[in-house]
Ligand binder design. Structure first.
Ligand code: G1P
Length: 304
């Protein structure tokens, strides 16, 4: 029944503890860490909105209130900026509040990504929906999510975004065994392994944090036992759906993504992402890039 229902909702899990960024994330959600001057989570919500999904459900937990404040109006701040006649900053403050219809549900217990997605069941109902993980940012010039929605429209079932990585990277992700279809950038997913042990990965194609899920995933998640790391894994639920046909909520297809993805989930990639985003901002790049070149040259000279 849900087969021809259009996708209108996006689920964004944001309940993680952010331990990789302690102590910065002791009192600040990791999703609020800025990429230049915008919190990472705003880029994710903007991506969903530009794919036409403006009903956003954030899965949050303890200590995540700053995220709610960010997507809300900030009356006093707006008044102050109005009094200062600073329309540009006023616009930037209002923008995040007007972006989308943002809803929240709390996960309560850290039982894994599959459990976080399961928390969306009541809000989503019997409709297909997108899942966007905040650690991955997709360049706004690469319309990955739109393409995934088209693939869902054509094939039904669920869709994951896949990217080819070096073999030593595979065990950090969910990995897919794939078969070609008639379309160059679309594959049928035949197997999925969450964080395979090195040497046992079915391919070099890993799941990046974008999914379009058939609502059948909820019934499956309800019965999915804890997997890798003792957590309920979305990957495991999708494997169950990959083995089903369209009448039962399957199958699973992959969109092969060859565009620009930025990782913000660990310190080194976060730094790279900030530099890349700064280099794309003309008002910063004009001064920042010459400085960066000089800094690196001096650093090399000093042999450090
Ligand atoms: C999660 C998923 C994994 C996926 C990854 C993408 O892992 O479980 O399958 O490849 O996101 O970023 P996590 O990074 O939460 O450990």
């Amino acid at each position: 029944m849900a087969d021809h229902v259009p996708v209108t909702k996006a689920v964004v899990p944001a309940a993680g503890l952010g331990t990789r960024f302690l102590p910065a994330t002791k009192a600040t959600p990791k999703e609020m860490l800025p990429i230049v001057d915008k919190p990472a989570i705003q880029y994710v919500v903007e991506e969903a909105v530009s794919a036409g999904l403006d009903d956003i459900l954030l899965i949050t937990g303890r200590g995540k209130r700053p995220i709610e404040d960010h997507f809300d109006r900030a009356y006093e701040l707006e008044e102050a900026l109005r009094a200062k006649e600073d329309p540009e900053r006023l616009g930037s403050v209002r923008e995040s509040a007007e972006l989308a219809d943002v809803h929240y549900v709390r996960q309560g217990e850290p039982k894994g990504l599959g459990h976080a997605v399961y928390c969306a069941r009541r809000h989503v109902g019997d409709e297909p929906f997108a899942v966007l993980l905040g650690d991955d940012l997709i360049d706004e010039r690469d319309a990955l999510l739109q393409r995934m929605l088209e693939v869902r429209e054509t094939y039904g079932g669920s869709v994951v975004a896949l990217m080819e990585v070096e073999p030593e990277q595979v065990s950090l992700y969910g990995c897919a065994a794939i078969e070609p279809t008639d379309e160059d950038d679309v594959v049928r997913v035949t197997d999925l392994v969450e964080k395979p042990v090195p040497g046992e990965a079915p391919s070099r194609w890993i799941i990046i944090g974008r999914y379009v899920c058939d609502p059948a995933v909820f019934d499956v998640l309800e019965k999915t036992p804890p997997g890798r790391g003792g957590e309920i894994q979305l990957t495991d639920a999708l494997l169950t759906l990959a083995k089903r046909d369209r009448s039962e909520g399957g199958p699973v297809h992959g969109v092969l993504f060859r565009g620009r993805r930025y990782d913000t989930g660990n310190k080194l990639d976060y730094l790279r992402t900030v530099v890349q985003f700064a280099a794309d901002r003309p008002e910063l790049a004009d001064e920042f890039l010459p400085w960066l070149r000089e800094f690196v040259a001096k650093h090399d000279e000093a042999g450090r």
